[in-house]
Design a protein around this ligand. Structure first.
Ligand SMILES: C[S@@+](CC[C@H](N)C(=O)[O-])C[C@H]1O[C@@H](n2cnc3c(N)ncnc32)[C@H](O)[C@@H]1O
Length: 231
């Protein structure tokens, strides 16, 4: 997990989407959030340059629909939509982060982004082409990563959420892309292959290379689950 220390700097005024992307250093961008959310940036929100690269890995053509699974205050979606021609949806379970994300988008008039206030287990992945995950569920099993006490935390929830995401991703067509930043990547099913890495291997691009049916029809037994305790 990256640890950064930021100087106190005031946010520059931004006039347009393009300026938004080029005007900020990472620490300046995070200063734009309310203080409590800013304080959690180093540990919990993806750095600006990583957001740009991840979005560019996911958006293969204009209009690619990207889902950020656990979007926090919307940093990846906001930067993704200004760095690419994709459409970004963030789903987030904490209302204060949803509010901050929507305010960020309004303040900078960023289009092609939607923030949904929901638990990921209620979201179908049918409407999306590509997926981004930065440690969404680890706080259920690693108390040091706990963001706040606003939502229930339990080790069982880590398994439930991870299994839901695995199952939804398994149903996606061949060629579907996922980017993960840090984390165990337990949400990524076996039918996806890691095809590229960056930032010392912490950023991973995955592509679906095996169909579900191919797996099921094969004479050999199915590939072992990466995390057997989840089956
Ligand atoms: C480490 S943060 C990453 C935020 C953002 N994706 C980024 O990269 O900047 C993980 C986020 O996932 C959210 N989250 C965790 N479990 C969730 C769930 N079951 N449904 C929706 N959001 C969830 C958390 O509230 C947190 O904001």
């Amino acid at each position: 997990m990256p640890t950064r220390h930021y100087p106190q700097i005031s946010t520059p005024p931004i006039e347009s989407d393009t300026e938004f992307l080029t005007a900020f250093q990472d620490h300046e961008f995070d200063r734009d959030f309310p203080e409590d959310i800013y304080q959690q940036s180093a540990c919990h929100w993806t750095p600006l340059d990583v957001c740009q690269m991840a979005a560019q890995m996911l958006v293969e053509k204009p209009g690619t629909r990207v889902l950020d699974i656990g979007c926090g205050p919307g940093k990846f979606c906001a930067i993704g939509a200004t760095a690419t021609l994709g459409h970004f949806t963030g789903v987030e379970q904490r209302s204060r982060l949803v509010k901050a994300a929507r305010e960020l988008l309004d303040r900078h008039r960023i289009t092609r982004v939607e923030i949904i206030h929901a638990n990921i287990t209620t979201v179908s992945f049918e409407a999306f082409d590509a997926f981004y995950l930065f440690n969404p569920f680890e706080e259920n099993i690693l108390p040091m990563l706990r963001i706040d006490h606003d939502v229930e935390m339990q080790p069982q929830l880590y398994d439930d959420y991870t299994l839901h995401v695995q199952q939804q991703l398994e149903l996606k067509p061949l060629g579907t892309r996922i980017v993960t930043y840090y984390g165990s990547c337990a949400e990524v099913p076996e039918c996806y292959t890691c095809i590229k890495t960056a930032y010392d291997g912490t950023l991973k691009l995955w592509e679906k290379t095996l169909s579900h049916l191919e797996d099921a029809d094969a004479d050999s037994p199915p590939a072992p689950c990466r995390f057997p305790h989840l089956v």
